[in-house]
Design a protein around this ligand. Structure first.
Ligand code: NAD
Ligand code: DAU
Length: 357
C-alpha cells in the first residue's frame, strides 16, 4: 500500500520546528490531497503560531489536537474519529543539552511515546498504510575525522537524547518484524531554517548576533555537524513515505560538513552585512568559548547514497543560500521570536549560562 492509501495522516509533533515545516510543505507544495491531523502536546518547543493561517487556508484538510502521544485513550479516540491510515512521527524531546539536565522527559516522550503510537498502529493495523518514524544521525554515535554513517553503521548513542531515539528506532523495527507493521525510518543530520526554537546552535547564534550578545561556542568549536535545510528534510521524508521500501531505513544528510566555529563565523559575517555595525567591532568579536557539552560527539556525516539511488533525492539548497534565508527569516519574524522566548525560555538560558561559566 502506498500513496493511494495515505488519506488521513497523523502528524505527531507538528507544532515543532520540522513538523510544522513538513505540514506546510505537504499542504502547499505537494500533490497530497488528503487530511492532516496534527497531534502535539505543545511543550516549550511547540508553538501553534508555527502553523498560523493553515487551518483557514485548508478547511477540512487540517486539524489540530493538543494531546500527549502517551495518552492512549485520547490517541485511540483520535485514530477512530479521523480514520487514521498513516503516521508520520516527529514528536519528541529534541535538545541534547536538556537531555543531559533532565533525561526522564526524554524517556517519556521519545521511548514511551513511540511505544504508545506503535501499540495504536498494531491495534489499527488492518487500516494502516504506513508508520514513518523520524529519527536522527545521533543514534550512530560519533565519527572520527574520516568516514560516514551508513544505514548499516551499528548504533552507539552517547547522550540520553540519542539513547532515547535509538531505543525508539529499535521498537519501530521490532514492530515491523514481529507484527508486520508497515514502517519506514529516516535518520537525518542537523537541520536549520525557519521556526527552529532558539536554543539550538544556529537560531541562538543568529539572534545573539543580531542583538550583539555573546556567542557561546562549546569547547574549541571544532565539532563537526552535517547541515541540511529543513525543507530538504521534509522533501526527503515525503519521498520515503511515498516510494520508500517498507521495512527500510534511509539516511538523510546535507553533504555539508562544517565545524561549529565556522558556522558561527559565517553567521557573523552575514549579520554584519545585513545589519552593519562598526568595522572595528565585527560580530566575530562576540564569540565566547565556554565549557564543553559532556559526552560531546566530535563529528557527524551522513552517507545518503541509498536515498539518492533509490528515490532520486539530493539536497537542493547550499548552506550559503539556506543560512542567508534563515537569517532574513529571523530578522523579519522578531514578533515570533519574542513570543517563543517568553515562558520558561529565559530560565533555561540563564541556567545554561551559569552551568557553562
Ligand atoms: P522540536 O523540539 O522543535 O519539536 C518537537 C515537537 O514535539 C514540539 O512541538 C513538542 O510540543 C512535541 N512533543 C514533545 N513531546 C510530545 C508528546 N509527548 N506528545 C505530543 N507532542 C509532543 O523538534 P524538531 O527539531 O522539530 O525535531 C522533530 C523530530 O525530528 C524529532 O523526533 C527529532 O528527534 C528529529 N530530528 C531532528 C533534527 C534536527 O536537527 N532538529 C534532525 C534529525 C532528526
Ligand atoms: O544531528 C541531528 C541532531 O541535531 C538532532 O537529532 C537534534 O534533535 C538536534 O537538536 C541537533 O542536535 P545537536 O546537539 O547537534 O544540535 P545543537 O544545535 O544543540 O548543537 C549543534 C552543535 O553546536 C553541537 O556540536 C553543540 C554546539 N553548540 C550548541 C549550542 C546550543 C555550541 O557550541 N553552542 C551552543 O550554544
Amino acid at each position: 500500500m502506498k500513496k493511494e492509501s495515505m488519506k488521513n495522516i497523523l502528524v505527531t509533533g507538528g507544532c515543532g520546528f520540522i513538523g510544522s515545516n513538513f505540514i506546510r510543505y505537504l499542504l502547499t507544495e505537494t500533490d497530497f490531497d488528503g487530511r492532516i491531523i496534527n497531534v502535539d502536546k505543545l511543550t516549550y518547543a511547540g508553538n501553534l503560531e508555527n502553523l498560523s493561517g493553515i487551518e483557514e487556508a485548508f478547511p477540512g484538510r487540517y486539524y489540530f489536537s493538543r494531546t500527549d502521544i502517551c495518552d492512549l485513550m485520547e490517541m485511540s479516540a483520535i485514530f477512530e474519529m479521523y480514520e487514521i491510515d498513516t503516521i508520520c512521527h516527529f514528536a519528541a524531546e529534541s535538545h541534547v543539552d536538556r537531555s543531559i539536565t533532565k533525561p526522564s522527559d526524554f524517556i517519556h516522550a521519545n521511548v514511551v511515546g513511540t511505544f504508545c503510537l506503535l501499540e495504536l498502529a498494531r491495534l489499527h493495523s488492518n487500516k494502516l498504510a504506513l508508520f514513518h518514524h523520524v529519527s536522527t544521525d545521533e543514534v550512530f554515535g560519533s565519527l572520527g575525522k574520516a568516514g560516514y554513517f551508513t544505514e548499516n553503521t551499528p548504533y552507539n548513542p552517547s547522550s540520553p537524547y540519542s539513547a532515547s531515539k535509538a531505543a525508539a528506532d529499535h521498537f519501530v523495527r521490532s514492530y515491523a518484524i514481529t507484527y508486520g507493521i508497515p514502517v519506514t525510518i529516516s535518520n537525518c543530520s542537523n537541520n536549520y531554517g525557519p521556526y527552529q526554537f532558539p536554543e539550538k546552535l544556529i537560531p541562538l547564534m543568529i539572534l545573539n548576533a543580531i542583538e550583539n550578545k555573546p556567542l557561546p561556542v562549546y569547547g574549541e568549536g571544532l565539532n563537526v555537524r552535517d547541515w541540511l535545510y529543513v525543507k530538504d528534510h521534509c522533501k526527503a521524508i515525503w519521498a520515503i513515505m511515498k516510494n520508500g521500501r517498507r521495512g527500510e531505513t534511509y539516511n538523510i544528510g546535507g553533504g555539508c560538513e562544517k565545524t561549529n566555529i565556522d558556522v558561527v563565523r559565517i553567521i557573523c559575517d552575514f549579520v554584519d552585512k545585513i545589519l552593519p555595525g562598526s568595522d572595528e567591532n565585527p560580530r566575530k568579536n562576540l564569540i565566547t568559548f565556554v565549557k564543553d557539552r559532556p559526552g560531546h560527539d566530535l563529528r557527524y556525516a551522513m552517507d545518503f547514497t541509498k536515498l539518492k539511488m533509490e528515490l532520486g533525492w539530493t539536497p537542493s539548497k547550499t548552506f550559503e543560500t539556506g543560512i542567508k534565508e534563515t537569517i532574513d527569516w529571523y530578522i523579519e519574524n522578531r514578533e515570533w521570536v519574542k513570543r517563543v522566548k517568553s515562558g520558561e525560555y529565559m530560565d533555561w538560558m540563564k541556567q545554561q549560562y551559569e552551568n557553562r561559566q
